[in-house]
Design a protein around this ligand. Structure first.
Ligand code: IFM
Length: 460
């Protein structure tokens, strides 16, 4: 049993992103993003839902800052909508109304005693930049750096924590390979080029942000998923190696100045995802630029993967040591609940990479509970999920991981991308008809944890 008290100064926060909560899609001079366009294509998002209104945070932000205060969080992670700042991406002058909105918002957070953590890119690319070619086109790097420069110049005197990108794996792979996310392409070479340009734009933006925001902490957020072989067979171990390379190392290695993992380059060449020979999108100096020194690594953790080889018939493989997890141990997303994976991941990243500081920038679970007859939201499963994962954080800290903060996903129910409004990740329930917000039981419990700086029990 490890100490159940968090280290002094540990950051307790909650997180959101612009497209998922803001709404006001055509107000304040905002231009269309790839998500506005994607949502309007039939069959891409459940029931054709979109972020036009979402949680109407653009108008209701004072009330939402009240929610943050009720949660006792010391930090709030939000993202800036690129098309509010540069509506087409190509303007020479930024959109004043867009910058003003975030300026006021940051001032109000600070006045409420809440530290702003700003993410520059959480997937809402201005649509005209996609028409130029989007993330697979190398010119996007300069566009992102210019956008990062504009925003950090304006807010850098007050925002001291910057995250360049949220989950490059999702933006590249879901956006350009599986097509589940905007812009909905299905093309491996595009996806790998997109990943490269996202990571390069991160590395190039880091010194620009530092110059505009002296003393700021700058980092990137990766979604990492630890893989476990289903058995000790060579085939399952190899499947796990490949999964880890695809999901984790392809992104972690360049962020720490290492070339793309050689085993994965070979796999991608063998699978026809990369041509043989030189990596076509990588230019001299890119790896050094991508490895720009950061102050922290943001990790989003939700679940693990259990890998069973598909190169062997089941009967020829070794017996499973890790059985398929039962359906009951999953969230509404179908993701296995596996808090030990968070501890393992934190320790593995601290061992394998020269990280100075780790922050869980997202962790949470979707379940559908809404207010009962008394107006109370009894979301015991979410509370238990948070309790177990915060416990895993404490275990990792006790074993030496340099973890300094935890942001629950999400402040409130919101637009869950291709799942629309079906999946509710919020600590605060949102009634989308009335926009009424209700703190769930998990929020009331998390507020006490944040106040005490200790992992309180969940009985009762
Ligand atoms: O809602 C998303 C978020 O935008 C990025 N990370 C995962 C969350 C849950 O799917």
């Amino acid at each position: 049993m490890t100490n159940r008290v968090f280290p002094p100064g540990f950051t307790f926060g909650v997180a959101t992103s612009s497209y998922q909560i803001e709404g006001a899609h055509d107000e304040g001079g905002r231009g269309p993003s790839i998500w506005d366009v994607f949502c309007r294509q039939p069959g891409k998002v459940i029931r054709g839902e979109n972020g036009d209104v979402a949680c109407d945070h653009y108008h209701r932000w004072p009330e939402d800052i009240g929610l943050l205060r009720a949660l006792n969080v010391s930090a709030y992670r939000f993202s800036i909508a690129w098309p509010r700042i540069l509506p087409t991406g190509f303007e020479t002058q930024p959109n004043a109304a867009g910058l003003d909105w975030y300026d006021r918002f940051v001032d109000a957070l600070l006045a409420a005693g809440i530290t702003p953590w700003a993410t520059l890119y959480h997937w809402d690319l201005p649509q005209p930049l996609q028409e130029m070619g989007g993330w697979p086109d190398r010119r996007i790097v300069d566009h992102f750096v210019r956008y990062a420069d504009i925003v950090s110049k304006r807010l850098g005197d007050r925002v001291g924590h910057w995250i360049t990108h949220n989950e490059p794996w999702c933006a590249a792979i879901l956006g350009y390979q599986s097509g589940e996310h905007a812009p909905g392409h299905q093309d491996w070479p595009e996806a790998l080029a997109a990943a490269h340009h996202i990571l390069l734009s991160h590395g190039r933006a880091v010194p620009v942000i530092r110059a505009n925001s002296p003393g700021a902490k700058v980092g990137i957020t990766l979604n990492l998923t630890p893989g476990y072989p289903a058995s000790g067979s060579a085939a399952d171990r190899d499947a796990t190696r490949h999964f880890d390379g695809f999901f984790n190392r392809w992104f972690l290695d360049p962020c720490y100045g290492r070339p793309y993992p050689a085993d994965m380059v070979a796999d991608y060449q063998r699978l026809g995802r990369l041509p043989t020979g030189e990596i076509p999108f990588e230019k001299p100096g890119d790896i050094e630029a991508m490895g720009a020194e950061t102050d922290f690594l943001g990790i989003n953790y939700y679940s693990r993967a259990i890998l069973r080889s598909d190169t062997l018939p089941e009967a020829d493989n070794a017996p499973r040591l890790i059985p398929e997890p039962p359906p009951v141990a999953r969230t509404d997303m179908g993701w296995e609940i596996y808090p030990e994976g968070l501890r393992d991941l934190l320790l593995r990243v601290s061992r394998d990479y020269p990280v100075k500081d780790l922050v869980i920038t997202e962790n949470g679970a979707a379940w559908p509970e809404g207010p009962d007859a008394e107006g109370r939201v009894r979301d015991d499963r979410r509370r238990a999920y948070l309790h177990a994962h915060l416990g895993a954080c404490l275990d990792a800290i006790a074993s030496g991981a340099p973890l300094s903060g935890y942001f629950g996903w999400s402040l409130m129910d919101n637009f869950e991308w291709a799942y629309g409004y079906d999946k509710r990740f919020g600590l605060v329930h949102v009634d989308y008809e009335t926009q009424r917000r209700t703190l769930k039981d998990s929020a009331l419990w998390y507020a006490e944890v944040a106040r005490a700086g200790a992992l309180l029990g969940i009985a009762g």
